[in-house]
Design a protein around this ligand. Structure first.
Ligand SMILES: Cc1ncc(COP(=O)(O)O)c(C=O)c1O
Length: 415
């Protein structure tokens, strides 16, 4: 018999296997100081493009004040317990009502965390007879929800409607034999590529197939659509999204999440989502702070307009400079370069240490072998000067990468 702890070294996984070299620099870096486009990394100010603070609300004075006032009034503990038992409040219910109105869904359930919320909603909504059909690039929380599903599931090629139709034919046949239904799951905005889920096309398939649609719109809420109500609004098909999910972790710059749907679905979720029934409800400062954030999203459209100014200038500038930014149609901005993992290491060091730019670097296995993806998250509080500076720095690192300079360098020590 083996000791479980002894085996862990052999199973560190694709991220953990680099822990010794990467910890503190590439992984678990500490960004210090107030949340802003410029934060300190290892004591030096860096232009930061890796925070999902899309609308700049994290450090907005009205948000900071609302958070602080609520913490002073209620502390961080109130209300104690799960919502169902002892953790409910008028504020929780008010936030649910205001969110429902904003996304134009009859009812909303507040969730204490997005990740658990999604997986637990999937767990609650389907039983062994039901079939799930999901996009191949779905977020880990969706994949973990699928793991809990004891019925069948079929994956379709990312955003490929032909593949989805094929899987819907299979799923429908199967569900007819089991007496179950079909749930399709996708995302509003895919957080790595920045592509939008083809929501309108998926909704149109309801004419041919019978299914319910769950959309995880973590990156779309606040950033997409005329009012910021998300990718359903952007694609004018919110009515066809049966279960709309988003988190407070991105545009809302907080913690928590929510699902909007029909009243009887929300009632069902309130009484059947294990992650909510058996876990503490959101503390009051998060709830009151979320009400303030939502008010700002609703009443200050200039925040989203400013975000898109920065997005457009960054994405157009990168394209004009010859960069491959893939197929993004959202603020998420991937810059795709060709190189090996050691080259990615040198390039990151150059970018961070010499150009003082901090962004996420994504390599194999998240992207194909030989691809280096620099992932930029523009926000409403970046400036056009930040954009220009970054594009110039990127031109410099791309020249070095293409001329093979990062192949010659020795790995510098950053530990
Ligand atoms: C697509 C998507 N879904 C769900 C989540 C999880 O949300 P939370 O951070 O609120 O747990 C994230 C990340 O935050 C995400 O990117």
């Amino acid at each position: 018999m083996k000791d479980i702890f002894d085996k862990l070294n052999e199973r560190m996984g694709p991220l953990g296997m680099h822990a010794d070299e990467a910890h503190g620099y590439f992984t678990f870096p500490k960004l210090e100081g107030p949340i802003a486009p410029r934060m300190k990394f290892r004591g030096v100010e860096k232009l930061t493009w890796s925070l999902n603070n899309y609308l700049g609300l994290a450090n907005h004075p009205e948000v900071m004040k609302a958070d602080a006032d609520a913490a002073a009034q209620f502390g961080m503990a109130y209300p104690m317990g799960a919502r169902m038992m002892s953790g409910n409040s008028n504020y929780h219910e008010q936030l649910e009502m205001e969110l429902a109105e904003f996304i134009d869904k009859p009812e909303v359930i507040l969730l204490n965390y997005g990740y658990q919320g999604v997986l637990s909603a999937i767990d609650a909504l389907v039983d062994r007879h039901d079939v799930i059909v999901y996009d191949a690039e779905s977020h880990a929380c969706i994949i973990d929800g699928l793991r809990l599903h004891i019925g069948k599931r079929f994956v379709y090629t990312h955003n490929n409607m032909e593949s989805l139709e094929k899987q819907l034919v299979r799923a429908t046949k199967l569900a007819e034999t089991t007496g179950g239904g079909v749930l399709v799951i996708t995302e509003g905005v895919f957080g790595m590529s920045g592509s939008q889920g083809s929501l309108r096309e998926i909704v149109a398939l309801k004419e041919k197939f019978s299914f319910r649609l769950l959309v995880d719109d973590a990156h779309g809420f606040g950033t997409m659509g005329k009012t910021g109500a998300g990718t359903g609004e952007e694609q004018n098909c919110m009515d066809g999204i049966d279960i709309y999910f988003s988190t407070f972790a991105k545009s809302m710059a907080g913690i928590g999440a929510f699902i909007g749907s029909e009243p009887h679905v929300i009632k069902f979720l309130r009484y059947n989502m294990r992650s909510q029934i058996y876990a503490k409800s959101l503390p009051m400062p998060m709830v009151i702070g979320a009400l303030k954030r939502l008010e700002l999203i609703r009443t200050q459209p200039q925040l989203k307009a400013q975000l898109w100014n920065v997005v457009n200038s960054l994405q157009n500038g990168l394209r004009d400079a010859g960069f491959n930014i893939g197929i993004t149609t959202t603020p998420v901005t991937p810059v795709l370069l060709n190189g090996t993992i050691p080259e990615a290491t040198h390039l990151t060091l150059d970018l961070r240490e010499n150009h003082n730019i901090f962004c996420s670097i994504v390599v194999y296995p998240v992207v194909p072998k030989g691809v280096i993806m620099l992932r930029l998250i523009p926000t409403a509080v970046h400036t056009l000067e930040d954009v220009e500076y970054t594009i110039n720095a990127f031109k410099s690192i791309k020249n070095k990468l293409d001329s093979g300079e990062y192949r010659k360098e020795k790995i510098a020590s950053f530990a």
